[in-house]
Ligand binder design. Structure first.
Ligand SMILES: NC(=O)c1ccc[n+]([C@@H]2O[C@H](COP(=O)([O-])OP(=O)(O)OC[C@H]3O[C@@H](n4cnc5c(N)ncnc54)[C@H](OP(=O)(O)O)[C@@H]3O)[C@@H](O)[C@H]2O)c1
Length: 317
């Protein structure tokens, strides 16, 4: 296994096993790695959907990794239904904790490396200011605890790995907050959106771009690079600020795109408190993540969330 994943010959292309290709991040990553050949080097991508690899089946994971023998496993697949996880903890743990452990064990067996995704929900949100990677974790939901268990399992295996903690993921592809706001704003005269949870909306496209750069920049033989990185778009807002920006961007592009008018305008989006919108899972009030470790280690930074939003909106049909 070469130090840098990309120092390979034509006869020996980098083989990347990618999970969850029907998810937001998996889909964007496949588009980057596969179609665009963005790595500028010969590589094969084995891209698998849930139907092709069910991560709740540990034997299937072992079989797929043993047969495909990748140099790098990239695992964006996850149980992401935050509220449903409260009543399905076993399934959430199987996919978010056991599956990453088995992927890590199998990757370690064949000398491969692992890129895994985690979440701002490993924190309780009580810190004033942005979280850094060395801050104490204290998840307050089943989802957050299951994702943290996945991180810990990977660390315990001890292979070269990057765990990328991202937040508030949305994109042109998949079901997400952006799509929900556009649908509701088309149907209703006004919306009530939570204004006391802070974080960074992060587009799956920004994540995929940055991961592509990361694969080029990462020297897997440098043990100091292994570990956890915060991985979000820059800047911060609330869900209310995000919803308002979505409607504002829609209005800005409406003429050019020939989109129908929304019923709810920017000014029709009312701020409410978390207490006014009870959900089965508790969410952290403060999800703001400091990304400077990513910048100082790899010289990679994701763009500002507002610029990323504009780019995603432009891609919408
Ligand atoms: N979404 C967010 O707001 C958010 C926030 C912070 C961190 N993250 C993390 O970022 C990563 C990417 O999230 P995302 O937004 O791309 O999630 P997503 O859109 O919900 O996609 C998750 C993917 O995982 C797949 N999956 C679920 N159960 C599976 C199983 N048993 N076997 C195989 N695949 C399975 C899903 O398959 P189907 O398509 O068949 O359902 C889906 O394609 C995850 O690690 C997530 O925890 C996400």
């Amino acid at each position: 296994m070469p130090g840098n994943l990309l120092k390979v010959s034509e006869e020996n292309p980098v083989k990347i096993l990618l999970t969850g290709v029907n998810g937001q991040v998996g889909h964007a990553l496949q588009a980057n790695l596969d179609a665009d050949r963005r790595l500028d080097v010969l590589h094969d991508v084995i891209a698998l959907s849930r139907a092709e690899l069910d991560l709740s089946d540990a034997d299937a994971i072992r079989r797929v990794v043993r047969e495909s023998k990748p140099d790098l496993v990239v695992n964006p697949a996850a149980y992401t239904a935050v509220d449903k996880a409260e009543s399905e903890p076993e399934l959430a743990y199987a996919i978010n904790a056991t599956a990453p452990q088995v992927l890590a064990e199998e990757a370690a067996r064949i000398g491969a490396a692992l890129i895994h995704f985690s979440t701002d929900y490993v924190y309780d949100g009580n810190k004033q200011g942005k979280y850094v990677e060395s801050d104490a974790v204290n998840p307050i939901s089943v989802y957050g605890r299951s994702k943290l268990a996945g991180e810990e399992a990977i660390r315990a295996v001890g292979l070269p790995h990057l765990i990328l903690r991202t937040s508030w993921v949305y994109g042109a592809y998949g079901k997400n907050f952006l799509k929900t706001i556009l649908r509701l704003a088309a149907e209703r005269d006004s919306l009530r959106i939570v204004a006391d949870q802070w974080g960074a909306p992060t587009s799956s496209e920004s994540i995929a771009d940055a991961v592509t750069k990361l694969i080029k920049a990462w020297n897997i033989e440098n043990a100091a690079q292994t570990g956890v990185y915060h991985f979000t778009n820059a800047g911060e807002t609330t869900w209310h600020g995000f919803a308002t920006a979505i409607v504002a961007e829609y209005e800005a592009l409406q003429g050019e795109k020939n989109w129908p008018a929304l019923k709810a305008k920017q000014t029709d989006i009312q701020p409410i408190g978390t207490a006014d919108y009870p959900t089965p899972a508790v969410r952290p009030e403060n999800s703001r993540l400091d990304n400077s470790k990513l910048k100082s280690t790899f010289d990679i930074a994701l763009p500002d969330w507002r610029a990323a939003l504009r780019q995603v909106m432009r891609q919408l049909p």
